[in-house]
Write a new protein. Structure first.
Length: 448
């Protein structure tokens, strides 16, 4: 029988014998158990214990209602549980005081299963996204796996820090992901552009590396082109072929002259930055797939303790983090800090849009006079003028100088009917101002 299965039975039997053991197993969760029946039983124990703490009888034994109630509560979630299986769990517990040790066995098995599950999911998504360049989705699941590792380290009681693997690892190296023809075709186009355009190398030299190429031969050629660029020498078909030959890549069979000449004679039109971005995107996805395969191999090693498993799994993210940082520098460049002249210009523009202090004081004084009446030269308020209820405004309304009517706003729209209405109203007001003022009696008769 599996040792982990016996450990799960032992910890459940210990809690059935003594519900107080739940206090020492507060860090254990029902999901940590492998079998669904064990998950339901442990959840039922926690539910019944929180609802009513069972008490021992006069002879020191637990009442039978504790066992039958646990089985009945767990039976609501799984089928096939009986009281006889509860007695089997009790018999599977050798020492009651060893319940925390049995619980750590269950937690260790849960850590291996959880890491394996998330690693397999990341590997599947990375290998699927390699064809579609789904970098964001792949990096999201990589972050999820990293967060799971940190949480598991906290539960196990260790510090989540990367630990390099031993010199002679016991696990087999993961198989390299398959390289599609569209990836190598893009790499060939990029190399042709770098050779055909003298200034193209400067666009990708700072963030693209030879290891980002899926084809090892293409990475070697890119290394040769980078060496020419670093030495300040011109890059063309002749100098590139000479550098490849001088490095011995043709002599050792790494590259053939026909393959190199075919690359250099290809179409040199295109954007090196765009093609390089496609190459580094594929590199990010491949690095995620390789990291997931390595973590899965670590999690499947049952001899690896959880502390070292988590540390080595975090260390496996190192290549992915490196290429991810370079890709982020490419697609999400940091904004340069503002110079003092630019900052001063922004401050000047903001002050120009703000009211002047004199206007602030005058508007504040007018609002204060509206609320409390005008003030005398000695600073004492004078009698406030009486206003009708119709002319008084609510204190929540803005000052009259700030109010704009719809006709005033829409009157600025060329061709708007409100614009013509405003012009007619302005003409009528101008005519009223120019007309001679009538007497009081005539004014009373003529006003409509």
């Amino acid at each position: 029988m599996d040792a982990l299965f016996k450990g799960e039975q032992a910890v459940l039997g210990a809690v059935l014998l003594d519900p107080a053991q739940l206090d020492t197993l507060s860090w254990l969760e029902p999901a940590d158990f492998y079998r669904p029946a064990h998950q339901a039983l442990f959840a039922a124990m926690r539910t019944l214990s929180a609802r009513e703490q069972p008490t021992r009888g006069a002879d020191g034994s637990m009442p039978l209602s504790w066992v039958t109630g646990t089985v009945a509560e767990a039976g609501h979630h799984v089928r096939g549980l009986s009281a006889s299986y509860a007695h089997t769990l009790i018999a599977a517990c050798p020492r009651l005081q060893n319940a925390p040790v049995y619980g750590r066995m269950v937690l260790e098995g849960s850590i291996h299963r959880t890491v394996t599950e998330h690693a397999v999911r990341l590997e599947r998504i990375a290998r699927t996204g390699a064809e579609q360049h789904q970098v964001d989705d792949v990096l999201h699941h990589a972050d999820v796996l990293a967060g799971v590792l940190v949480d598991l380290a906290r539960r196990w009681g260790t510090e989540p820090r990367p630990i390099p693997p031993p010199t002679a690892p016991r696990i087999a190296s993961p198989s390299a992901p398959q390289v599609g023809p569209e990836q190598t075709e893009g790499e060939r186009f990029l190399l042709a552009v770098l050779v055909g355009q003298p200034a193209a190398m400067a666009e990708v030299y700072d963030w693209l590396r030879p290891g980002d190429f899926a084809d090892a031969g293409h990475g070697q050629i890119y290394r040769c082109l980078g060496a020419l660029h670093h030495r300040g020498e011109p890059i063309d078909e002749v100098t590139a072929l000479w550098e490849v030959q001088r490095r011995g890549l043709l002599a050792d069979g790494s590259l053939s002259r026909e393959h190199v000449e075919t690359l250099f004679d290809g179409p040199g039109a295109g954007s090196a930055e765009w093609l390089g971005d496609r190459v580094i995107r594929a590199s990010v996805v491949r690095a995620a797939a390789e990291a997931a395969a390595a973590i899965r191999a670590l999690a499947e090693d049952e001899a690896l303790v959880p502390g070292r498993l988590i540390g080595q799994a975090l260390h496996a993210f190192g290549p992915l983090d490196e290429v991810r940082a370079r890709w982020n520098r490419t697609v999400r460049p940091h904004q340069a800090p503002l110079r003092e002249a630019d900052r001063a210009a922004q401050v000047t523009a903001a002050l120009a849009r703000s009211p002047t202090p004199a206007n602030d004081r005058s508007s504040t004084r007018s609002r204060r006079e509206t609320a409390t009446g005008p003030t005398s030269s000695q600073g004492r308020p004078t009698a406030a003028p009486t206003h009708s209820a119709k002319s008084s405004s609510s204190p929540l309304r803005p000052p009259r100088a700030w109010r704009w009517t719809a006709s005033q706003i829409l009157g600025h729209v060329p061709g708007s009917p409100y614009q013509f209405a405003e012009r007619s109203v302005a003409a009528r007001l101008q005519a009223v101002k120019q007309a001679p003022m009538a007497s009081a009696g005539e004014d009373d008769r003529q006003m409509p």
